[in-house]
Ligand binder design. Structure first.
Ligand SMILES: Nc1ncnc2c1ncn2[C@@H]1O[C@H](COP(=O)(O)OP(=O)(O)O)[C@@H](O)[C@H]1O
Ligand SMILES: [Mg+2]
Length: 265
């Protein structure tokens, strides 16, 4: 019996002479929730782009549910949904139209598409705004709509690359509740990156740490803490990478938000 759904073997990406991802191998089991952590510039986005057919590997291979992402791209694409750090919705379309367009693109038949869009828009609590233009949405609403869009074609794998960056803590929690619920309800495999260590701690069953394009650790949060002889996942991360998980910019934004919160309450 083989329950592997993501299989990565000797994956490498070079940008001109620079090696951004350096011969990494790992696999993810069906239904597993994996956090892919690393400091800024470690190679997380480059890896996820190769896993999702957006970037061609320099060498190595990726299989999603058995489909090779290079030689069997179409089939591989149907296995996953994705939410990226930069919103990629069409601002000039309504929320409904954005989902409808995606459904058509993925060939989801009309009789399935319509009820699925309704179900998902209710799930992310945007049903009452279905006819509003996306440009009128807040950051949190856009992210929720992207989640709905990423799930429209019933993917078996959900990739999220810093899906919560720039969102307030409440919205972040709310978003992870959706995703966890989804993992339970539909056994979707989740592979995500984040700069918030508490999200990895709360959500991930297993953590893969990447630094300078190399995998430097893999294990459950408690395994990583034990292996590094530390007390928290944050300390373990620091030991593996020599960096705080959040870069300056993210910490400053969070501090400002906290301060603002204090003033307004
Ligand atoms: N298109 C590109 N051309 C050249 N270098 C790139 C390109 N994209 C990313 N890089 C470099 O590759 C490294 C990994 O980047 P990235 O995968 O975005 O890291 P992360 O998502 O972990 O922050 C960084 O040093 C980055 O500057
Ligand atoms: Mg990135």
């Amino acid at each position: 019996m083989n329950d592997t759904i993501i299989s990565v073997s000797h994956l490498t990406k070079k940008y001109n002479g620079f090696t951004a991802v350096n011969d990494i191998s790992f696999s993810v089991e069906k239904g597993e929730i994996v956090a892919f952590l690393g400091p800024n510039g470690a190679g997380k986005t480059t890896t996820i782009k190769m896993l999702t057919t957006l970037l061609a590997p320099t060498s190595g291979s990726v299989h999603l549910n058995g489909s090779n992402v290079v030689t069997n791209q179409e089939e591989a694409r149907r296995t996953f949904g994705i939410v990226f750090q930069d919103p990629s919705l069409d601002d000039e379309l309504t929320a409904w139209e954005n989902l409808e367009f995606h459904g058509v693109l993925y060939g989801v038949p009309k009789n399935i598409r319509r009820p699925r869009i309704e179900e998902l828009m209710k799930f992310v609590e945007l049903w009452d705004r279905k006819n509003a233009l996306v440009k009128t949405f807040s950051g949190g609403m856009k992210r929720r709509l992207e989640i709905a869009r990423g799930l429209l074609h019933h993917p078996r794998i959900f990739f999220l690359d810093e899906p919560t960056i720039g969102l307030d803590p409440q919205t972040r929690n709310h978003m992870w509740d959706y995703v966890l619920n989804l993992n339970k309800k539909e056994q979707i495999t989740i592979f995500f990156t984040t700069h918030y260590i508490e999200e990895a701690e709360k959500v991930a069953q297993r953590i893969i740490v990447i630094d300078h394009g190399k995998i430097v650790a893999t294990g459950t949060p408690s395994e990583l803490i034990i292996k590094t002889n530390t007390k928290t996942l944050e300390e373990a991360f620091l030991k593996y990478t020599g960096h705080e998980i959040r870069d300056e910019e993210a910490s400053v934004t969070d501090r400002m938000r906290q301060r603002r919160g204090r003033w307004h309450h």
